[in-house]
Design a protein around this ligand. Structure first.
Ligand SMILES: Cc1cc2nc3c(=O)[nH]c(=O)nc-3n(C[C@H](O)[C@H](O)[C@H](O)COP(=O)(O)OP(=O)(O)OC[C@H]3O[C@@H](n4cnc5c(N)ncnc54)[C@H](O)[C@@H]3O)c2cc1C
Length: 304
């Protein structure tokens, strides 16, 4: 728990960026869950530096919220950690150099993936095609190593700018160690910007690939509030196949149900409670463990 002394220090030292009891449900994919006891919205790099230094001095842990597309918030909310959101700034987006073959793009953390994909299509800059229809921000996608159809956001990454309690650091893409659905960031690191090296290619070719991916995704993913895949694929198999095999499609807990189109997607219905989603996840996991001996790992990041 955050002690009264820590709370008072937060209020005193970070008053300009601090909200208390901020509701999180509307900011996340399933639209459920409680409040952030302390919610910080730094607008600039110096603000963020101050925030991280202060949290380190107060020995407080934090969670960063992007667009919330892969985040589930527990019913009780986030009580023991502070939530940081960069949604008051960090939206810079510019081409910083180009030649006849390539283009270097700088995109700050809060830039939406859809904007990157649109730029690829409009200008003929190849590198973001596989991200078509994946919702979220640059920061969230780098933290998650987001991707689909054999490509991820790291494929065109040249470098990343990260803020830590010690200040701003540059990491070349080679220094990063992304693994399947995990960018490999530590809990103390906040992505502030990324540099992407894109290849020039015909706009028509890029647009065709993007449209094909969008059409495929539209067929496979349900309508309604959901966060895409709930569980990571275990080595050598697909979580969706295992979940389908044990009869998860259509399974329901309260207002949360497993999509009939995709056994690895939970959809939040009207009146859903956070505990419904958690209970359904547990049931799905148990069925797969009992029949196949496989422990499914959550792809969704749980904020509690
Ligand atoms: C309909 C739908 C379809 C989806 N399909 C896919 C898919 O095909 N492939 C795929 O990979 N994902 C998919 N997702 C999941 C989601 O879109 C991605 O994980 C996305 O990258 C999350 O970005 P975000 O900004 O919403 O991050 P959030 O969901 O807000 O956060 C995700 C994680 O990133 C961390 N984070 C966010 N911003 C920062 C930052 N600036 N610095 C450090 N850490 C940060 C958070 O702490 C959290 O751990 C899907 C989601 C939905 C809703």
């Amino acid at each position: 728990m955050i002690s009264n002394e820590q709370k008072n220090e937060l209020r005193r030292r970070l008053a300009g960026f601090l909200l208390e009891e901020e509701p999180l449900a509307a900011k996340t994919a399933y639209k459920v869950g409680g409040n952030a006891a302390f919610y910080l919205q730094p607008k600039s790099l110096p603000d963020l530096e101050l925030v991280l230094r202060t949290l380190a001095e107060l020995e407080l842990e934090f969670l960063v919220l992007g667009a919330g597309c892969n985040v589930f918030v527990a019913a009780a909310g986030v009580l023991d950690r502070v939530v940081i959101s960069l949604d008051r700034g960090f939206a810079g987006f510019e081409i910083i150099g180009s030649d006849s073959w390539s283009v270097m793009l700088r995109a700050e953390s809060r830039v939406r993936l859809s904007r990157l994909v649109q730029l690829s299509a409009d200008e003929g800059y190849s590198g973001f095609e596989k991200l078509a229809s994946i919702p979220g921000t640059v920061g969230g996608a780098l933290a998650m190593n987001a991707g689909a159809y054999g490509g991820t956001i790291y494929d065109s990454l040249a470098a990343i700018q990260i803020m830590e309690k010690g200040g701003l650091a540059w990491w070349s893409a080679i220094r990063m160690n992304p693994t399947y659905r995990d960018g490999g960031l530590t809990a103390e690191q906040v992505v502030v910007a990324a540099y992407f090296l894109l290849e020039r290619k015909s706009s028509l070719e890029i647009t065709t690939e993007i449209n094909e991916i969008k059409a495929l995704r539209q067929q496979r993913l349900p309508q309604g509030y959901h966060a895409g895949s709930v569980f990571k694929n275990p080595a050598g198999d697909f979580a969706g196949r295992l979940l389908d095999d044990v009869g998860c499609k259509g399974m329901r807990c309260g207002g949360a149900y497993v999509s009939k189109e995709h056994a690895n997607v939970i959809v939040a219905d009207k009146g859903v409670e956070a505990d419904d989603v958690l209970a359904l996840m547990e049931n799905m996991r148990t069925l797969v463990r009992d029949r196949h001996g496989v422990n499914l790992e959550s792809e969704i990041r749980i904020f509690s």
